[in-house]
Design a protein around this ligand. Structure first.
Ligand SMILES: Nc1nc2c(ncn2[C@@H]2O[C@H](COP(=O)(O)OP(=O)(O)OP(=O)(O)O)[C@@H](O)[C@H]2O)c(=O)[nH]1
Ligand SMILES: [Mg+2]
Length: 392
């Protein structure tokens, strides 16, 4: 499936190596033994990640298979310092989690706009020979090599940040609600799996307040084992502070549906059950008051629950009130700027390391075997690799 919703990419990253220090000897007409004047090597470039609110997916990185920072320049004569290598900054959407592609270990995550995280450090430049002059050795003919570069293949994975995530079976009316109350307009249709990609919309609330809601593809029984659109989209809910469960009022057994959904979340990651939830029984326009009364008796009592209709607008304002109230409860434990436009209160989350085999199952991850197009500039040969970098 060709899609613009790219939520994981694999990139080879490399910092720059440090420039080599110079072992130059000063020579001039009247100073034939002028002594060591070799300058220091420049620092290799670092590789950074930076949160950027203008990106919602990792699409812009899809073909960015390698990010190499510049090498530091070598030191020169007359104490001249080598130039520092160019740094590289990878802009990513907020909510990007980074894993080491070889080990699956969690490396870091980027959650806010403008946040900068250093991924790889450039090698330090080697010191020139003038640093090594001592009383007994006034003319050292050696200098330090630069520190080597670092390399890591990383997997960037997007876990969307939204205040409220929608959880429900296909056809439950999730996209319809998002259309009605938010700025996003996902497609709606009377068949399952209309929504194939998550999207986020800003919900305007009273007094110019707002929160962010994520429409997620439907979840089915077995999703946590990969059925349906499965695992791929469950992770987007992981970051939402609050979950809105949506169950159609005309389903056979509301309670059973609710339990299946809960169970899928728990199987995927038990931490998900610790999130606050609100339950909306949708399509209430298909039910009469009497039926609503009857159904209510057998519904979970331990969560805020509402019958709603996105079509008639029934209880939609109340639903927003419910959601806002729950979000406020979360804010109490959180120091977030509530006056900011659509503040996002992502739940704190312990990122588990990745099972690398999981990535192989995901067809979209490009294989990096054909690196023919990858120009690896390896002028490493001229470096005395075995000389250890020593701090002076
Ligand atoms: N009568 C009635 N129908 C609704 C209501 N909300 C949604 N529907 C209908 O239910 C069907 C499914 O709606 P969607 O919003 O596409 O459902 P979804 O949960 O996003 O489904 P997936 O994207 O497949 O997971 C559509 O035919 C909608 O018109 C409602 O409040 N009342
Ligand atoms: Mg939908």
């Amino acid at each position: 499936m060709e899609t613009n919703f790219i939520d994981y990419v694999k990139i080879i990253c490399r910092s720059g190596k440090g420039g080599r220090g110079s072992a130059h000897m000063h020579r001039a007409k009247y100073a034939p033994n002028g002594g060591p004047d070799g300058g220091d090597g420049g620092r290799g470039g670092h590789v950074y990640l930076r949160g950027n609110r203008n990106y919602w997916t990792l699409l812009h990185l899809r073909y960015e298979r390698h990010v190499f920072a510049g090498h530091g320049g070598n030191g020169g004569k007359s104490g001249s310092h080598g130039a520092d290598g160019d740094d590289r900054i990878i802009d990513v959407p907020c909510g990007t989690v980074v894993y080491n592609a070889e080990t699956g270990h969690f490396v870091c995550d980027v959650t806010s706009d403008g946040q900068v995280v250093q991924l790889l450090q450039g090698g330090r430049g080697g010191l020139g020979n003038k640093h090594f002059a001592t009383a007994t050795n006034q003319a050292p003919r050696y200098a330090q090599p630069g520190e080597p570069m670092q390399e890591m293949t990383v997997i960037l994975e997007l876990k969307m940040l939204a205040d409220v995530g929608l959880v429900g079976f296909p056809n439950a009316g999730k996209s319809t609600l998002v259309n009605v109350i938010s700025s996003a307009h996902p497609k709606i249709a009377g068949y399952p799996f209309t929504t194939l990609e998550p999207s986020v919309g800003v919900v305007r609330y009273r007094d110019n307040r707002s929160f962010v809601m994520a429409d997620i593809p439907g979840i089915i029984e077995g999703a946590s084992e990969g059925r349906g659109l499965g695992l791929r989209f469950l992770r987007h809910i992981e970051r939402n502070a609050l979950l809105l469960f949506m169950i159609p009022g005309d389903t056979d057994d509301i309670r059973h549906d609710y339990e299946v959904l809960l169970n899928e979340l728990a199987t995927y990651n038990p931490e998900m059950l610790q999130k606050r939830r609100v339950v909306a029984i949708t399509k209430a326009d298909l039910l009469d008051d009497e039926l609503i009364q009857l159904l209510s008796a057998d519904l979970p009592q331990d969560v805020p629950l509402l019958f709603i209709s996105a079509v008639t607008g029934f209880h939609i304002t109340e639903l927003k009130d419910f959601l806002w109230r729950e979000l406020e409860q979360l804010h109490l434990h959180d120091d977030v700027d509530l006056t900011a436009e659509a503040p996002v209160h992502h739940a704190s989350l312990v990122h588990r390391d990745k099972d690398i085999s999981e990535f192989d199952e995901l067809g979209d991850v490009d294989d990096f075997e054909d690196t023919d197009d990858l120009e690896i500039v390896d002028d490493f040969d001229d470096l005395d690799d075995d000389i250890e970098y020593v701090d002076l």
